[in-house]
Design a protein around this ligand. Structure first.
Ligand SMILES: [Zn+2]
Length: 183
C-alpha cells in the first residue's frame, strides 16, 4: 500500500475528500488523529489538471497527478504549509527552520550549477504594513494596517507576544507589543 503523505504539509492523511463549491469540485486531504479531524489541506480543483477523473476512481492516483503537475507549485505549497504548521505549533519552529535552510541551500546550489544570479529581493522587502497598538475595552492587539489595500489585521496580544518570543516578528512589531504589555 502507498503511504498516504499529504502533498501540502507532508504529514500522513486519512483520506481524500471531494468538496463541491458551486459548479466545481475541489480535493482536500483530511488528517485525523484518534478519530478526530485535526486539519484539512487544500489540494486543488478536480479536473483542473487535465486529468479525466471518471476513468479512474482511484483518488490516490489522481492525487499523484496533481502533485506531478507543477513541481514549482508543489514546492511552494509544501514550504508554505510547513511554515504555517510551525506557526501553529511553536515546538515545530526549529525543525521547520532547519528544513527551510536546507531547501534554500539546495536551491542556491542548483542556481549556481545553472550559473543563475540568485537575487532575492523578497528578503530585503520593506515593511508594507504600518504597525500600531490597538486597544478596546476588552481586548489588546497589534494592528497591521496595509498601506495600499486600505485593510487592516488585528493580531491578539497573546499571539503577538508569542511571535516575538519565537523570533519570527520584526523589532518594530515587538516594540509595539512591549508598549501594549506595559500599558
Ligand atoms: Zn496536509
Amino acid at each position: 500500500m502507498i503511504e498516504k503523505l499529504c502533498p501540502r504539509c507532508g504529514l500522513r492523511f486519512s483520506y481524500i475528500k471531494r468538496k463541491r463549491v458551486g459548479e466545481r469540485y475541489y480535493y482536500y486531504a483530511v488528517h485525523k488523529d484518534k478519530g478526530k479531524i485535526t486539519r484539512t489541506c487544500y489540494l486543488g480543483p478536480v479536473g483542473g489538471y487535465e486529468y479525466v477523473s471518471r476513468l479512474h476512481e482511484d483518488l490516490q492516483l489522481q492525487l499523484f497527478s496533481i502533485v506531478e503537475r507543477s513541481w514549482v507549485d508543489y514546492v511552494r505549497s509544501m514550504v508554505e504549509s510547513r511554515v504555517e504548521l510551525a506557526l501553529e505549533n511553536p515546538s515545530m519552529l526549529n525543525v521547520v527552520a532547519g528544513e527551510v535552510r536546507e531547501a534554500a541551500r539546495i536551491i542556491s546550489e542548483a542556481a549556481s550549477r545553472l550559473k543563475l544570479e540568485l537575487s532575492m529581493p523578497e528578503l530585503e522587502v520593506e515593511l508594507k504594513a504600518r504597525v500600531k497598538p490597538y486597544k478596546s475595552e476588552v481586548f489588546k492587539a497589534v494592528e497591521l494596517e496595509h498601506e495600499h489595500e486600505g485593510s487592516s489585521t488585528l493580531i491578539s496580544l497573546t499571539l503577538a507576544e508569542r511571535l516575538c518570543h519565537y523570533g519570527v516578528a520584526t523589532k518594530e512589531f515587538c516594540a509595539v507589543v512591549e508598549k501594549l504589555k506595559a500599558e
